[in-house]
Design a protein around this ligand. Structure first.
Ligand SMILES: Cc1ncc(COP(=O)(O)O)c(C=O)c1O
Length: 430
């Protein structure tokens, strides 16, 4: 097995991983493409594709019927809640809510939670968040006559200003909406500390873990947050949204719902007929991640380890590998003439970020750069990435940034190709 050494000293089974992703075999002008658009949506392993198609082929059925396919489908869906509960480090599978995407679930929650607010109350959002964790709360606040505060950023590295956060928290704060990692700058926010501060002030917390989910272990019980959302298409699954909440909150806050739909969790919050095939694929994505333990030296795959233990093990190794990708990408990007990288660059602070990088050039638009790289077979994103509060604050509108994000299936060689492409574009020797 050809492997890639991570600086953490562990061996990462890169080839065995890449073999499972058909999307990584795409060739352009005779050269394999290097895919860095994971922050917009990851590639999907074959086991996930199979789970989706097998569901449609064999088990396709609506809920609750008396016949065999419905019973099989219902069982599979119940297991998917258990599987995702393990992924989130949650004890109660009924507190895992599926829905079309994170945005829709957040809008649904914000509308329901907003009905418990009154004029004079306050909420806090941040300038580093994706708009899906800002506008739903702002709209609900506007409807309820509630004041919205935004946490400012440090202009040197665009990290959250926690002193500003502390100043804006008060006993009037009803909700704090936080992102676990920024999909624009790659910064991992100090969520656990910020949740504690919110709770000390008596506020509820909602955590957007969409960008963090493919990069690190989520443990809602450790975070102690009240709600957390993510999206399976960012962690190697199909397009499916996930909302987790504490049982007493999901049971006491009344969602907008139809009369005949369930009055109990999880169905209470799952509006309409779900994409059962996407839920099946989401469970398969979690199983895929757990299965990587068998590929890792000293892996938990050969023991009686539980799915949760395997996920612990895999994400610890994955973080080590991604840290080496972060280092290679940062040092490579820093050699590109005229580049302005937006986010943490201090070598001793790389644990505070994932390998997602945003940058700009003074004399070339993000679109032009992305088009140049696309011709070179290097796929990166350009624009505001819906992280509009950040691009506005950083003065990067219109146009936004060029963004490349590496995932556990990317190689060091692909990062070298990205850097070579950029240096070529800048007319530098490459
Ligand atoms: C950090 C972050 N939050 C929220 C979202 C919205 O997720 P969804 O597309 O599932 O609505 C995205 C999507 O890019 C994201 O990157």
């Amino acid at each position: 097995m050809v492997s890639d050494m991570s600086s953490a000293g562990s061996v990462w089974p890169l080839e065995a991983i890449r073999r499972q992703f058909s999307g990584l075999t795409r060739v352009q002008n005779g050269v394999p493409v290097a895919i860095f658009d994971g922050p917009a949506g990851s590639q999907v392993p074959e086991c996930v594709v199979d789970a989706v198609s097998q569901y449609l082929r064999r088990t396709n059925c609506n809920r609750g019927a008396a016949f065999a396919t419905a019973r099989e489908s219902d069982r599979l869906l119940t297991e998917a809640h258990e599987c995702v509960a393990d992924f989130l480090g949650a004890d109660d599978p009924d507190c895992v809510i599926f829905g079309p995407n994170m945005t829709s679930l957040t809008l649904q929650l914000s509308r329901a939670l907003g009905r418990t607010w009154k004029p004079g109350d306050e909420i806090i959002v941040t300038r580093l968040d994706h708009d899906a964790n800002v506008t739903p709360w702002v709209l609900a606040a506007r409807d309820a006559g509630v004041v919205v505060h935004q946490v400012d950023l440090h202009p040197d590295d665009w990290t959250l200003d926690c002193e500003d956060y502390a100043r804006k928290l008060s006993d009037k704060t009803r909700l704090v909406a936080l992102g676990m990692a920024s999909n624009a700058t790659g910064t991992i926010n100090p969520v656990q500390k910020m949740v504690r501060m919110a709770h000390d002030a008596g506020a509820l917390t909602f955590v957007d873990a969409v960008h963090y989910a493919p990069h690190g272990r989520i443990q809602v019980n450790e975070l102690q947050c009240d709600f957390l959302a993510c999206s399976a298409y960012k962690f190697f699954g199909p397009h499916e949204g996930i909302l987790w909440g504490r049982r007493e909150l999901l049971e006491s806050i009344r969602p907008y719902k139809l009369r005949p739909s369930p009055e109990v969790l999880p169905g209470l919050w799952m509006t309409g007929t779900q994409s059962h095939e996407a839920i099946a694929g989401t469970a398969a994505a979690v199983e895929y991640l757990a299965s990587l333990s068998a590929l890792l030296p000293g892996g938990a795959g050969t023991t009686e380890a539980t799915r949760s233990e395997k996920l612990d093990f895999v994400f610890a190794a994955l973080r080590g590998y991604e840290r080496s990708l972060t280092e290679v990408m940062l040092t490579g990007l820093q050699t590109v003439p005229g580049i302005r990288i937006h986010g943490i660059q201090a070598p001793d602070r790389l644990d505070e970020r994932v390998p997602t990088f945003s940058w700009t050039f003074a004399d070339c638009t993000p679109r032009q750069a992305a088009e140049f790289l696309a011709e070179e077979g290097v796929y990166v994103w350009n624009g505001n990435h819906y992280a509009l509060p950040f691009t506005e604050t950083a003065g990067l509108e219109p146009g936004g940034t060029i963004r490349a994000g590496a995932l556990h299936y990317n190689s060091v060689e692909e990062i070298h190709r990205l850097v070579r492409g950029l240096r070529k574009m800048r007319g530098s020797d490459f």
